[in-house]
Write a protein that binds this ligand. Structure first.
Ligand code: 0X9
Ligand code: ZN
Length: 595
Protein backbone atom coordinates (compact mmCIF):
# COMPACT_ATOMS: atom_id res chain seq x y z
CA UNK A 1 0.00 0.00 0.00
CA UNK A 2 1.30 3.42 -0.73
CA UNK A 3 0.75 6.61 1.19
CA UNK A 4 2.76 9.70 1.93
CA UNK A 5 4.80 9.27 5.10
CA UNK A 6 2.88 12.10 6.73
CA UNK A 7 -0.47 10.62 5.84
CA UNK A 8 -2.12 8.88 8.74
CA UNK A 9 -4.18 5.80 8.22
CA UNK A 10 -7.32 6.17 10.18
CA UNK A 11 -10.01 3.88 8.81
CA UNK A 12 -12.98 5.07 10.74
CA UNK A 13 -15.39 3.20 12.93
CA UNK A 14 -18.08 3.61 10.32
CA UNK A 15 -16.02 1.49 7.95
CA UNK A 16 -16.17 -1.11 10.69
CA UNK A 17 -19.93 -0.64 10.76
CA UNK A 18 -20.15 -0.96 6.97
CA UNK A 19 -18.00 -4.04 7.15
CA UNK A 20 -20.29 -5.60 9.71
CA UNK A 21 -23.22 -5.11 7.39
CA UNK A 22 -21.26 -6.48 4.46
CA UNK A 23 -20.05 -9.40 6.55
CA UNK A 24 -23.53 -10.21 7.78
CA UNK A 25 -24.90 -10.16 4.24
CA UNK A 26 -22.41 -12.77 3.22
CA UNK A 27 -23.05 -16.39 4.07
CA UNK A 28 -19.74 -17.35 2.58
CA UNK A 29 -16.86 -16.83 4.97
CA UNK A 30 -14.43 -16.69 2.05
CA UNK A 31 -15.90 -13.34 1.07
CA UNK A 32 -14.37 -10.92 3.50
CA UNK A 33 -16.08 -7.85 4.88
CA UNK A 34 -14.20 -5.46 2.56
CA UNK A 35 -15.30 -7.34 -0.57
CA UNK A 36 -15.38 -4.99 -3.61
CA UNK A 37 -14.52 -1.91 -1.58
CA UNK A 38 -12.12 0.20 -3.66
CA UNK A 39 -8.93 1.77 -2.52
CA UNK A 40 -8.19 5.07 -4.25
CA UNK A 41 -5.76 7.92 -3.76
CA UNK A 42 -7.60 11.16 -4.48
CA UNK A 43 -5.90 14.49 -5.11
CA UNK A 44 -7.72 16.79 -2.66
CA UNK A 45 -7.45 20.48 -3.51
CA UNK A 46 -10.28 22.06 -1.50
CA UNK A 47 -12.51 21.45 1.52
CA UNK A 48 -15.38 21.00 -0.98
CA UNK A 49 -13.68 18.18 -2.84
CA UNK A 50 -12.77 16.53 0.51
CA UNK A 51 -16.40 16.71 1.61
CA UNK A 52 -17.71 15.39 -1.71
CA UNK A 53 -15.35 12.39 -1.75
CA UNK A 54 -16.07 11.72 1.94
CA UNK A 55 -19.73 11.12 1.00
CA UNK A 56 -18.61 8.17 -1.11
CA UNK A 57 -16.39 6.37 1.37
CA UNK A 58 -14.00 6.71 4.23
CA UNK A 59 -10.75 8.63 4.39
CA UNK A 60 -7.84 6.59 5.68
CA UNK A 61 -6.15 9.76 6.94
CA UNK A 62 -6.84 10.87 10.51
CA UNK A 63 -6.68 14.47 9.44
CA UNK A 64 -7.07 14.67 5.70
CA UNK A 65 -5.84 17.87 4.12
CA UNK A 66 -4.81 19.17 0.72
CA UNK A 67 -2.76 16.72 -1.35
CA UNK A 68 -3.09 12.98 -1.95
CA UNK A 69 -5.52 11.28 0.44
CA UNK A 70 -6.34 7.57 0.52
CA UNK A 71 -9.99 6.55 0.63
CA UNK A 72 -11.88 3.31 0.90
CA UNK A 73 -14.77 3.81 -1.50
CA UNK A 74 -17.97 1.84 -1.26
CA UNK A 75 -18.39 -0.84 -3.96
CA UNK A 76 -20.99 0.99 -6.03
CA UNK A 77 -19.69 4.55 -5.63
CA UNK A 78 -16.99 4.64 -8.32
CA UNK A 79 -19.24 6.21 -10.92
CA UNK A 80 -20.12 8.97 -8.50
CA UNK A 81 -16.42 9.52 -7.81
CA UNK A 82 -15.76 9.73 -11.54
CA UNK A 83 -18.56 12.27 -11.86
CA UNK A 84 -16.92 14.55 -9.32
CA UNK A 85 -14.03 15.06 -11.74
CA UNK A 86 -11.38 15.06 -9.03
CA UNK A 87 -8.13 13.40 -10.06
CA UNK A 88 -7.63 9.98 -8.46
CA UNK A 89 -5.61 6.80 -8.80
CA UNK A 90 -7.26 3.43 -8.31
CA UNK A 91 -5.01 1.41 -6.00
CA UNK A 92 -7.15 -1.62 -5.64
CA UNK A 93 -10.42 -2.64 -7.17
CA UNK A 94 -11.11 -4.88 -4.21
CA UNK A 95 -9.31 -4.06 -0.98
CA UNK A 96 -10.27 -7.45 0.40
CA UNK A 97 -7.71 -8.95 -1.99
CA UNK A 98 -4.87 -7.14 -0.20
CA UNK A 99 -6.13 -8.32 3.14
CA UNK A 100 -6.59 -11.89 1.90
CA UNK A 101 -3.12 -11.78 0.41
CA UNK A 102 -1.68 -10.77 3.76
CA UNK A 103 -3.62 -13.53 5.54
CA UNK A 104 -2.36 -16.12 3.06
CA UNK A 105 1.24 -14.94 3.44
CA UNK A 106 0.93 -15.07 7.23
CA UNK A 107 -0.45 -18.59 7.10
CA UNK A 108 2.28 -19.67 4.72
CA UNK A 109 4.95 -18.24 6.99
CA UNK A 110 3.33 -19.97 9.94
CA UNK A 111 3.42 -23.31 8.15
CA UNK A 112 6.89 -22.95 6.67
CA UNK A 113 8.76 -21.65 9.65
CA UNK A 114 6.99 -23.76 12.20
CA UNK A 115 7.90 -22.91 15.73
CA UNK A 116 9.54 -19.55 15.19
CA UNK A 117 7.34 -17.18 17.12
CA UNK A 118 8.47 -14.24 14.97
CA UNK A 119 7.82 -15.90 11.63
CA UNK A 120 4.27 -14.62 11.60
CA UNK A 121 1.92 -12.27 13.43
CA UNK A 122 0.50 -13.91 16.51
CA UNK A 123 -2.98 -13.97 17.97
CA UNK A 124 -3.65 -12.50 21.38
CA UNK A 125 -3.80 -16.00 22.86
CA UNK A 126 -0.46 -16.94 21.35
CA UNK A 127 1.11 -13.76 22.66
CA UNK A 128 -0.09 -14.27 26.23
CA UNK A 129 1.12 -17.88 26.14
CA UNK A 130 4.49 -16.75 24.87
CA UNK A 131 4.83 -14.40 27.84
CA UNK A 132 4.49 -17.50 30.04
CA UNK A 133 7.18 -19.21 27.97
CA UNK A 134 9.50 -16.25 28.53
CA UNK A 135 8.63 -15.94 32.21
CA UNK A 136 9.56 -19.59 32.66
CA UNK A 137 13.11 -18.79 31.52
CA UNK A 138 13.97 -17.08 34.79
CA UNK A 139 14.09 -20.40 36.61
CA UNK A 140 17.11 -21.31 34.51
CA UNK A 141 20.02 -20.96 36.95
CA UNK A 142 22.53 -19.95 34.31
CA UNK A 143 22.95 -17.01 34.06
CA UNK A 144 21.89 -16.29 37.61
CA UNK A 145 20.01 -13.28 38.79
CA UNK A 146 17.73 -12.76 35.83
CA UNK A 147 14.22 -11.78 36.90
CA UNK A 148 11.37 -12.31 34.44
CA UNK A 149 7.87 -11.73 35.78
CA UNK A 150 4.58 -11.71 33.95
CA UNK A 151 2.20 -9.12 35.37
CA UNK A 152 -1.39 -8.14 34.71
CA UNK A 153 -2.17 -4.42 34.58
CA UNK A 154 -5.95 -4.88 34.55
CA UNK A 155 -8.84 -5.85 32.33
CA UNK A 156 -10.05 -4.62 28.97
CA UNK A 157 -13.63 -3.63 28.11
CA UNK A 158 -14.37 -7.23 27.12
CA UNK A 159 -12.64 -8.60 30.20
CA UNK A 160 -9.33 -9.68 28.71
CA UNK A 161 -6.25 -9.28 30.90
CA UNK A 162 -3.64 -6.79 29.75
CA UNK A 163 -0.39 -8.56 30.49
CA UNK A 164 3.18 -7.39 30.53
CA UNK A 165 6.64 -8.66 31.33
CA UNK A 166 9.13 -7.24 33.79
CA UNK A 167 12.71 -8.10 32.90
CA UNK A 168 15.34 -7.09 35.42
CA UNK A 169 18.24 -8.19 37.57
CA UNK A 170 18.36 -8.00 41.38
CA UNK A 171 19.41 -4.73 42.96
CA UNK A 172 21.93 -5.22 45.78
CA UNK A 173 20.53 -4.61 49.23
CA UNK A 174 20.71 -0.92 50.13
CA UNK A 175 21.53 0.19 46.58
CA UNK A 176 19.16 2.73 45.02
CA UNK A 177 16.56 1.26 42.66
CA UNK A 178 17.55 1.07 39.00
CA UNK A 179 16.01 3.44 36.46
CA UNK A 180 12.87 1.95 34.92
CA UNK A 181 12.12 1.78 31.19
CA UNK A 182 8.49 1.25 30.13
CA UNK A 183 7.64 -0.02 26.66
CA UNK A 184 3.99 -0.06 25.65
CA UNK A 185 2.66 -1.11 22.26
CA UNK A 186 -0.45 -1.73 20.21
CA UNK A 187 -2.82 0.80 21.66
CA UNK A 188 -4.00 0.74 18.04
CA UNK A 189 -5.32 -2.68 17.13
CA UNK A 190 -4.25 -2.85 13.50
CA UNK A 191 -0.63 -1.87 14.14
CA UNK A 192 0.54 -5.47 14.34
CA UNK A 193 4.24 -4.76 13.86
CA UNK A 194 4.15 -2.69 17.07
CA UNK A 195 3.12 -5.72 19.12
CA UNK A 196 5.51 -8.11 17.39
CA UNK A 197 8.38 -5.66 17.96
CA UNK A 198 7.59 -5.30 21.67
CA UNK A 199 7.53 -9.10 21.93
CA UNK A 200 10.80 -9.42 20.03
CA UNK A 201 12.47 -6.93 22.37
CA UNK A 202 11.13 -8.85 25.39
CA UNK A 203 12.38 -12.08 23.87
CA UNK A 204 15.84 -10.68 23.37
CA UNK A 205 16.07 -9.28 26.89
CA UNK A 206 14.90 -12.61 28.29
CA UNK A 207 17.17 -14.85 26.26
CA UNK A 208 20.41 -12.93 25.89
CA UNK A 209 21.32 -11.80 29.38
CA UNK A 210 24.86 -13.04 29.95
CA UNK A 211 25.22 -13.74 26.22
CA UNK A 212 24.86 -10.44 24.37
CA UNK A 213 27.05 -7.83 26.12
CA UNK A 214 24.59 -5.04 25.23
CA UNK A 215 21.68 -6.90 26.85
CA UNK A 216 23.80 -7.80 29.88
CA UNK A 217 24.97 -4.26 30.40
CA UNK A 218 21.45 -2.85 29.98
CA UNK A 219 19.85 -5.31 32.39
CA UNK A 220 22.55 -4.75 34.99
CA UNK A 221 21.50 -1.13 35.03
CA UNK A 222 17.90 -0.70 33.86
CA UNK A 223 14.58 -2.45 34.71
CA UNK A 224 12.35 -3.09 31.67
CA UNK A 225 8.57 -3.34 31.81
CA UNK A 226 7.01 -4.28 28.49
CA UNK A 227 3.26 -4.21 27.75
CA UNK A 228 3.05 -5.55 24.18
CA UNK A 229 -0.71 -5.35 23.56
CA UNK A 230 -2.41 -2.50 25.40
CA UNK A 231 -5.59 -3.07 23.38
CA UNK A 232 -6.23 -6.84 23.42
CA UNK A 233 -9.92 -6.61 22.40
CA UNK A 234 -9.20 -4.44 19.39
CA UNK A 235 -6.19 -6.56 18.48
CA UNK A 236 -8.30 -9.71 18.54
CA UNK A 237 -10.91 -7.96 16.43
CA UNK A 238 -8.35 -7.51 13.61
CA UNK A 239 -7.69 -11.26 13.29
CA UNK A 240 -9.47 -13.62 10.90
CA UNK A 241 -12.55 -15.42 12.17
CA UNK A 242 -10.72 -18.71 11.77
CA UNK A 243 -8.31 -17.53 14.49
CA UNK A 244 -11.08 -16.41 16.81
CA UNK A 245 -10.93 -12.81 15.68
CA UNK A 246 -13.47 -10.30 14.46
CA UNK A 247 -12.15 -10.31 10.88
CA UNK A 248 -11.75 -6.53 10.74
CA UNK A 249 -8.09 -6.13 9.87
CA UNK A 250 -8.01 -2.33 9.90
CA UNK A 251 -9.70 -1.78 13.28
CA UNK A 252 -7.92 0.88 15.37
CA UNK A 253 -9.80 1.59 18.61
CA UNK A 254 -10.79 -0.52 21.59
CA UNK A 255 -14.14 -2.36 21.62
CA UNK A 256 -16.19 -0.09 23.88
CA UNK A 257 -19.87 -0.08 22.91
CA UNK A 258 -20.56 3.65 22.76
CA UNK A 259 -23.89 5.13 23.85
CA UNK A 260 -24.84 5.79 20.22
CA UNK A 261 -24.34 2.14 19.27
CA UNK A 262 -20.97 2.46 17.54
CA UNK A 263 -17.84 0.75 18.82
CA UNK A 264 -14.59 2.04 20.09
CA UNK A 265 -12.59 4.74 21.79
CA UNK A 266 -9.12 5.68 20.56
CA UNK A 267 -7.00 4.69 23.55
CA UNK A 268 -4.29 7.08 22.41
CA UNK A 269 -6.68 10.00 22.88
CA UNK A 270 -7.92 8.88 26.30
CA UNK A 271 -4.96 9.74 28.58
CA UNK A 272 -5.47 12.64 30.94
CA UNK A 273 -2.65 15.04 30.02
CA UNK A 274 -4.02 17.42 27.40
CA UNK A 275 -7.21 15.33 27.11
CA UNK A 276 -9.66 16.95 24.74
CA UNK A 277 -7.49 20.01 24.07
CA UNK A 278 -6.61 21.85 20.88
CA UNK A 279 -8.75 19.83 18.50
CA UNK A 280 -6.34 16.91 18.85
CA UNK A 281 -9.11 14.35 19.26
CA UNK A 282 -12.74 13.86 18.32
CA UNK A 283 -15.99 14.04 20.28
CA UNK A 284 -17.72 11.95 17.62
CA UNK A 285 -18.25 8.38 18.77
CA UNK A 286 -17.83 7.01 15.27
CA UNK A 287 -14.55 8.81 14.68
CA UNK A 288 -11.32 6.86 14.72
CA UNK A 289 -9.89 9.43 17.09
CA UNK A 290 -12.87 9.44 19.49
CA UNK A 291 -11.51 10.50 22.85
CA UNK A 292 -14.12 8.82 25.07
CA UNK A 293 -16.47 10.37 27.61
CA UNK A 294 -13.69 11.41 30.01
CA UNK A 295 -9.96 11.10 30.50
CA UNK A 296 -9.22 7.48 31.42
CA UNK A 297 -12.81 6.46 30.74
CA UNK A 298 -11.32 3.36 29.08
CA UNK A 299 -10.09 0.54 31.32
CA UNK A 300 -7.15 -0.25 29.03
CA UNK A 301 -5.62 3.26 29.27
CA UNK A 302 -6.48 3.45 32.98
CA UNK A 303 -4.88 0.07 33.72
CA UNK A 304 -1.64 0.89 31.93
CA UNK A 305 -1.37 4.34 33.51
CA UNK A 306 -2.07 2.92 36.98
CA UNK A 307 0.63 0.37 36.40
CA UNK A 308 3.05 3.08 35.23
CA UNK A 309 2.41 4.96 38.49
CA UNK A 310 3.85 2.02 40.43
CA UNK A 311 7.17 2.26 38.56
CA UNK A 312 9.86 4.14 40.41
CA UNK A 313 11.92 5.80 39.21
CA UNK A 314 10.33 5.74 35.74
CA UNK A 315 12.95 7.36 33.51
CA UNK A 316 11.93 6.43 29.97
CA UNK A 317 8.81 5.41 28.07
CA UNK A 318 8.40 4.42 24.44
CA UNK A 319 4.90 3.85 23.08
CA UNK A 320 5.20 1.79 19.89
CA UNK A 321 2.93 2.36 16.88
CA UNK A 322 3.15 1.93 13.12
CA UNK A 323 3.81 3.38 10.64
CA UNK A 324 5.89 6.26 9.14
CA UNK A 325 9.39 5.80 10.64
CA UNK A 326 9.16 8.58 13.17
CA UNK A 327 10.39 9.32 16.67
CA UNK A 328 7.80 11.71 18.13
CA UNK A 329 8.46 13.55 21.37
CA UNK A 330 6.41 15.76 23.69
CA UNK A 331 4.23 17.56 23.35
CA UNK A 332 1.62 15.82 21.28
CA UNK A 333 -1.28 17.95 22.50
CA UNK A 334 0.23 21.39 21.89
CA UNK A 335 2.74 23.00 19.58
CA UNK A 336 4.25 24.80 22.57
CA UNK A 337 7.82 23.60 23.17
CA UNK A 338 8.15 21.15 26.07
CA UNK A 339 10.54 21.49 29.02
CA UNK A 340 13.83 19.53 28.94
CA UNK A 341 14.39 20.21 25.22
CA UNK A 342 18.15 20.24 25.78
CA UNK A 343 17.81 16.62 26.84
CA UNK A 344 14.98 15.56 24.49
CA UNK A 345 16.37 16.85 21.21
CA UNK A 346 19.82 15.23 21.23
CA UNK A 347 18.23 12.01 22.49
CA UNK A 348 15.70 11.92 19.66
CA UNK A 349 18.57 12.51 17.23
CA UNK A 350 20.58 9.71 18.86
CA UNK A 351 17.63 7.30 18.57
CA UNK A 352 17.01 8.23 14.93
CA UNK A 353 20.62 7.66 13.96
CA UNK A 354 20.84 4.38 15.93
CA UNK A 355 17.69 3.13 14.17
CA UNK A 356 18.83 4.28 10.73
CA UNK A 357 22.17 2.55 11.13
CA UNK A 358 20.50 -0.91 11.44
CA UNK A 359 19.16 -1.25 7.91
CA UNK A 360 19.69 2.17 6.36
CA UNK A 361 16.01 3.14 6.56
CA UNK A 362 15.25 6.87 6.83
CA UNK A 363 13.68 8.12 10.02
CA UNK A 364 12.63 11.54 11.27
CA UNK A 365 12.57 12.82 14.84
CA UNK A 366 10.83 15.80 16.37
CA UNK A 367 8.04 17.17 18.50
CA UNK A 368 4.93 15.07 17.77
CA UNK A 369 2.53 17.99 17.33
CA UNK A 370 4.70 19.82 14.81
CA UNK A 371 6.35 16.85 13.09
CA UNK A 372 3.09 14.96 12.55
CA UNK A 373 -0.05 16.58 13.94
CA UNK A 374 -1.59 17.69 17.21
CA UNK A 375 -3.02 14.69 19.05
CA UNK A 376 -4.26 15.17 22.58
CA UNK A 377 -4.62 12.64 25.35
CA UNK A 378 -1.68 10.55 24.10
CA UNK A 379 0.26 8.20 26.36
CA UNK A 380 3.76 9.72 26.12
CA UNK A 381 2.49 13.19 27.06
CA UNK A 382 1.12 11.61 30.22
CA UNK A 383 4.31 9.80 31.26
CA UNK A 384 6.38 12.88 30.41
CA UNK A 385 4.20 15.28 32.39
CA UNK A 386 3.01 13.09 35.24
CA UNK A 387 6.08 10.96 35.82
CA UNK A 388 8.86 13.12 34.41
CA UNK A 389 9.92 10.23 32.17
CA UNK A 390 11.63 10.83 28.83
CA UNK A 391 8.84 9.73 26.50
CA UNK A 392 8.34 9.25 22.79
CA UNK A 393 6.07 7.59 20.27
CA UNK A 394 7.84 5.31 17.80
CA UNK A 395 6.11 4.94 14.46
CA UNK A 396 7.83 1.88 13.01
CA UNK A 397 8.07 0.68 9.41
CA UNK A 398 7.23 1.38 6.72
CA UNK A 399 6.44 4.68 5.00
CA UNK A 400 3.36 3.45 3.18
CA UNK A 401 4.35 0.64 0.83
CA UNK A 402 2.55 -1.85 3.03
CA UNK A 403 1.51 0.40 5.90
CA UNK A 404 -0.35 -1.46 8.61
CA UNK A 405 -0.23 -4.74 6.71
CA UNK A 406 3.54 -5.03 6.91
CA UNK A 407 4.57 -8.47 5.61
CA UNK A 408 5.57 -11.01 8.23
CA UNK A 409 9.01 -11.16 6.61
CA UNK A 410 9.55 -7.63 8.04
CA UNK A 411 8.68 -8.51 11.64
CA UNK A 412 12.31 -8.97 12.61
CA UNK A 413 13.72 -6.02 10.60
CA UNK A 414 11.10 -3.72 12.14
CA UNK A 415 11.84 -5.05 15.62
CA UNK A 416 15.62 -4.70 15.30
CA UNK A 417 15.12 -1.07 14.36
CA UNK A 418 12.89 -0.45 17.37
CA UNK A 419 15.45 -2.25 19.53
CA UNK A 420 18.26 0.07 18.36
CA UNK A 421 16.23 3.11 19.40
CA UNK A 422 15.38 1.58 22.76
CA UNK A 423 19.03 0.70 23.43
CA UNK A 424 20.12 4.28 22.68
CA UNK A 425 17.59 5.64 25.16
CA UNK A 426 18.28 2.96 27.78
CA UNK A 427 21.97 3.77 27.69
CA UNK A 428 21.13 7.38 28.33
CA UNK A 429 19.11 6.68 31.48
CA UNK A 430 21.75 4.44 32.99
CA UNK A 431 23.50 5.70 36.06
CA UNK A 432 26.85 7.29 35.25
CA UNK A 433 27.76 9.32 38.30
CA UNK A 434 26.38 9.29 41.81
CA UNK A 435 26.59 12.60 43.64
CA UNK A 436 26.07 12.37 47.40
CA UNK A 437 25.84 15.58 49.39
CA UNK A 438 26.71 15.59 53.06
CA UNK A 439 25.13 18.31 55.16
CA UNK A 440 23.89 20.65 52.44
CA UNK A 441 22.73 23.66 54.48
CA UNK A 442 19.21 24.99 54.65
CA UNK A 443 20.18 27.95 56.84
CA UNK A 444 23.22 30.18 56.33
CA UNK A 445 25.07 32.29 58.89
CA UNK A 446 25.06 35.99 58.06
CA UNK A 447 27.88 37.12 55.79
CA UNK A 448 29.72 33.79 56.13
CA UNK A 449 30.60 31.30 53.36
CA UNK A 450 29.12 27.83 53.95
CA UNK A 451 30.86 24.55 53.09
CA UNK A 452 29.44 21.11 52.61
CA UNK A 453 30.78 17.80 51.36
CA UNK A 454 30.12 16.18 47.98
CA UNK A 455 31.23 12.68 47.07
CA UNK A 456 31.21 11.71 43.40
CA UNK A 457 31.48 8.07 42.41
CA UNK A 458 31.33 6.63 38.88
CA UNK A 459 29.41 3.60 37.61
CA UNK A 460 29.17 1.45 34.49
CA UNK A 461 32.64 2.26 33.18
CA UNK A 462 31.89 5.97 33.02
CA UNK A 463 34.40 8.51 34.31
CA UNK A 464 34.11 12.05 35.61
CA UNK A 465 35.08 14.77 33.16
CA UNK A 466 37.96 16.83 34.61
CA UNK A 467 37.01 20.08 36.35
CA UNK A 468 33.32 19.52 35.67
CA UNK A 469 32.02 19.38 39.25
CA UNK A 470 30.28 22.61 40.20
CA UNK A 471 28.00 24.11 42.78
CA UNK A 472 25.30 26.09 40.94
CA UNK A 473 23.39 28.80 42.82
CA UNK A 474 21.04 31.66 42.18
CA UNK A 475 18.70 33.87 44.15
CA UNK A 476 15.04 33.27 43.34
CA UNK A 477 13.59 30.97 40.72
CA UNK A 478 14.72 32.50 37.47
CA UNK A 479 17.82 33.78 35.75
CA UNK A 480 21.24 32.26 35.26
CA UNK A 481 22.93 30.23 37.94
CA UNK A 482 26.31 31.24 39.36
CA UNK A 483 28.90 28.51 39.05
CA UNK A 484 31.37 27.72 41.85
CA UNK A 485 33.86 24.89 41.10
CA UNK A 486 34.04 22.21 43.78
CA UNK A 487 37.45 21.85 45.42
CA UNK A 488 39.30 18.68 46.37
CA UNK A 489 38.55 15.37 44.68
CA UNK A 490 38.95 12.95 43.01
CA UNK A 491 36.06 11.44 45.04
CA UNK A 492 35.49 13.73 48.01
CA UNK A 493 34.92 17.37 47.20
CA UNK A 494 33.99 20.52 49.08
CA UNK A 495 31.27 22.84 47.84
CA UNK A 496 31.25 26.44 49.06
CA UNK A 497 28.32 28.81 48.99
CA UNK A 498 29.59 32.42 49.18
CA UNK A 499 28.69 34.88 51.97
CA UNK A 500 25.30 36.59 51.79
CA UNK A 501 23.62 39.43 53.66
CA UNK A 502 20.39 39.19 55.65
CA UNK A 503 17.03 38.09 54.28
CA UNK A 504 18.36 36.17 51.25
CA UNK A 505 17.10 32.83 49.94
CA UNK A 506 19.54 30.94 47.73
CA UNK A 507 18.57 28.01 45.46
CA UNK A 508 21.32 25.59 44.59
CA UNK A 509 22.34 22.17 43.31
CA UNK A 510 25.52 20.31 42.48
CA UNK A 511 26.37 19.01 39.03
CA UNK A 512 29.11 17.10 37.28
CA UNK A 513 29.68 15.86 33.73
CA UNK A 514 30.41 12.26 32.74
CA UNK A 515 32.99 11.48 30.08
CA UNK A 516 30.26 11.06 27.44
CA UNK A 517 29.10 14.63 28.07
CA UNK A 518 25.95 13.85 30.06
CA UNK A 519 25.45 16.27 32.94
CA UNK A 520 24.29 14.68 36.18
CA UNK A 521 22.80 16.86 38.89
CA UNK A 522 21.71 16.41 42.50
CA UNK A 523 18.93 16.89 43.39
CA UNK A 524 17.70 15.71 39.99
CA UNK A 525 14.92 18.22 39.48
CA UNK A 526 14.12 20.61 42.32
CA UNK A 527 16.79 22.86 43.79
CA UNK A 528 17.88 22.86 47.42
CA UNK A 529 17.41 26.13 49.18
CA UNK A 530 19.11 27.95 52.05
CA UNK A 531 18.32 31.26 53.72
CA UNK A 532 20.21 33.85 55.72
CA UNK A 533 18.54 35.28 58.85
CA UNK A 534 15.75 37.80 58.34
CA UNK A 535 16.88 41.42 58.35
CA UNK A 536 16.23 43.50 61.46
CA UNK A 537 13.35 45.93 60.98
CA UNK A 538 14.59 49.30 59.67
CA UNK A 539 12.65 52.48 60.43
CA UNK A 540 13.55 53.90 57.03
CA UNK A 541 12.41 50.80 55.10
CA UNK A 542 8.88 52.09 54.69
CA UNK A 543 7.94 49.60 51.93
CA UNK A 544 9.65 46.61 53.63
CA UNK A 545 11.90 45.71 50.68
CA UNK A 546 15.00 45.55 52.87
CA UNK A 547 16.54 48.62 51.26
CA UNK A 548 16.38 52.22 52.26
CA UNK A 549 15.99 54.19 49.09
CA UNK A 550 13.79 56.76 47.35
CA UNK A 551 10.92 54.30 47.08
CA UNK A 552 10.61 54.56 50.83
CA UNK A 553 10.26 58.31 50.51
CA UNK A 554 7.34 57.87 48.16
CA UNK A 555 5.73 55.59 50.71
CA UNK A 556 6.38 58.04 53.49
CA UNK A 557 5.20 61.07 51.53
CA UNK A 558 2.01 59.39 50.41
CA UNK A 559 1.38 58.20 53.92
CA UNK A 560 1.84 61.59 55.52
CA UNK A 561 1.06 63.95 52.71
CA UNK A 562 3.33 66.89 51.88
CA UNK A 563 2.36 69.07 54.84
CA UNK A 564 1.17 68.80 58.39
CA UNK A 565 2.04 69.85 61.87
CA UNK A 566 5.66 69.10 62.85
CA UNK A 567 7.23 66.97 64.05
CA UNK A 568 6.63 63.88 61.93
CA UNK A 569 8.82 60.83 61.54
CA UNK A 570 9.46 61.74 57.94
CA UNK A 571 10.40 65.34 58.69
CA UNK A 572 14.09 64.62 59.00
CA UNK A 573 15.16 68.27 59.12
CA UNK A 574 12.29 69.36 61.43
CA UNK A 575 11.23 72.14 59.09
CA UNK A 576 7.58 71.25 59.40
CA UNK A 577 7.23 69.81 55.85
CA UNK A 578 7.87 66.27 54.61
CA UNK A 579 9.65 66.63 51.28
CA UNK A 580 12.64 65.46 49.28
CA UNK A 581 15.11 67.28 51.49
CA UNK A 582 14.15 64.89 54.24
CA UNK A 583 15.15 61.99 52.05
CA UNK A 584 18.61 63.29 51.49
CA UNK A 585 19.08 63.72 55.17
CA UNK A 586 17.55 60.34 55.97
CA UNK A 587 19.74 58.44 53.53
CA UNK A 588 22.82 60.29 54.69
CA UNK A 589 22.11 59.38 58.29
CA UNK A 590 21.11 55.77 57.81
CA UNK A 591 23.14 54.50 54.91
CA UNK A 592 21.71 52.86 51.81
CA UNK A 593 20.48 49.54 53.03
CA UNK A 594 19.54 47.16 55.75
CA UNK A 595 21.64 44.11 54.93
O1 0X9 B 1 -2.40 9.33 16.01
C1 0X9 B 1 -1.75 8.62 16.79
O2 0X9 B 1 -2.17 8.24 17.87
C2 0X9 B 1 -0.33 8.19 16.40
N1 0X9 B 1 -0.27 7.85 15.00
S1 0X9 B 1 -0.99 6.48 14.48
O3 0X9 B 1 -0.94 6.44 13.05
N2 0X9 B 1 -0.17 5.23 15.00
O4 0X9 B 1 -2.31 6.44 14.99
C3 0X9 B 1 0.62 9.34 16.61
C4 0X9 B 1 0.64 9.90 17.98
C5 0X9 B 1 1.78 10.86 18.14
N3 0X9 B 1 1.42 12.09 18.73
C6 0X9 B 1 1.04 13.19 18.02
N4 0X9 B 1 1.03 13.20 16.73
N5 0X9 B 1 0.71 14.26 18.68
ZN1 ZN C 1 -1.03 4.06 16.39
Amino acid sequence: MHASPRLRWCVSASLGALSLVAGAASADDAIGPYENFKWVTVQIDSPESLLAVSQLGESLACQAGPGPVDFVIEPDAMEALEALGVPYVLRSNNIQHEIDEETRANELARAERGQDFFATYRTIGEIWTYLDTLAALDTVPNPPGHIIEKFNTGDSVQGRNIYGLRIATPTPLGAPPKPVFLISATQHAREWAAGSSAMWIADRLCREYGIDPVVTQLLDNVDFHIIPIVNPDGYNHTFPTAQGGGNTRLWRKNRRLNSGGSFGVDLNRNWSVGWGLNGGSSTSQTSDTYRGTAAFSEPEAAAVSDYALTLSPLKAHIDIHTYSQLVLGPWGYTTTAPPRTSELNPLAAAMVSAIESVNGTNWTGGQASTTLYVASGVAPDWTFQTMNALSWTFELRDTGTFGFTLPASQIVPAATEAWAGIVALAQHIQVRLRLNLSGPPSSLALSTPANFGVSITTENQYTLQADSANLMWREGDSGAYNEVPLTGGPTNFTATLPAFGCGRTINYFVQATANDGLIVRTPTSNDLSASTPACPGCLGDANGDMNIDFKDITTILSHWGMSGAAPFDGDADYNGVVDFQDITIALGAWGGGCG
